[in-house]
Write a protein of this length. Structure first.
Length: 135
């Protein structure tokens, strides 16, 4: 499945809706290039909406980390939004939940870029416990 990106903006924060699989080859490369283009345009903060990402492999994880580093070096941040259960478990297994800020609500993700705004962080442990109870 090809990877596609739709970029939109909310309160000055770019939100990239990602659809498909972030895997070795073009998918991982495209993700890195997309985030690199945002940084080169002078925008240092971004949110990746991964609701429509069905699969991330090790190269895809590498692309996420490299994208995070690209914006971090530019003085900004990359935050993740709407991960599937499988992708949340992948972050936990690789301990990358300690690197990325993860949100399940777009407004909370946007608010996290503005000091003083109230935000509710995504509780990964609670999410995994609740999703194991559901069939």
């Amino acid at each position: 499945m090809d990877l596609s990106f739709t970029e939109r903006e909310r309160e000055g924060i770019p939100i990239i809706d990602v659809k498909g699989q972030v895997v070795a080859g073009d998918g991982a490369d495209q993700l890195r290039e997309c985030v690199k283009a945002i940084a080169e345009a002078g925008r240092t903060n971004a949110i990746l909406n991964l609701a429509a990402v069905s699969y991330i492999d090790s190269s895809g994880l590498g692309a996420l980390v490299m994208s995070f580093s690209t914006l971090r070096k530019a003085g900004g941040a990359l935050k993740l939004l709407n991960l599937t259960r499988r992708n949340v478990e992948l972050l936990v297994l690789t301990k990358l939940e300690t690197v990325f800020e993860v949100y399940d609500d777009e407004q909370n993700a946007v608010n996290s870029f503005f000091p003083g705004r109230e935000i509710k962080k995504f509780d990964i442990l609670m999410f995994l416990q609740q999703s194991k109870r559901q069939p």
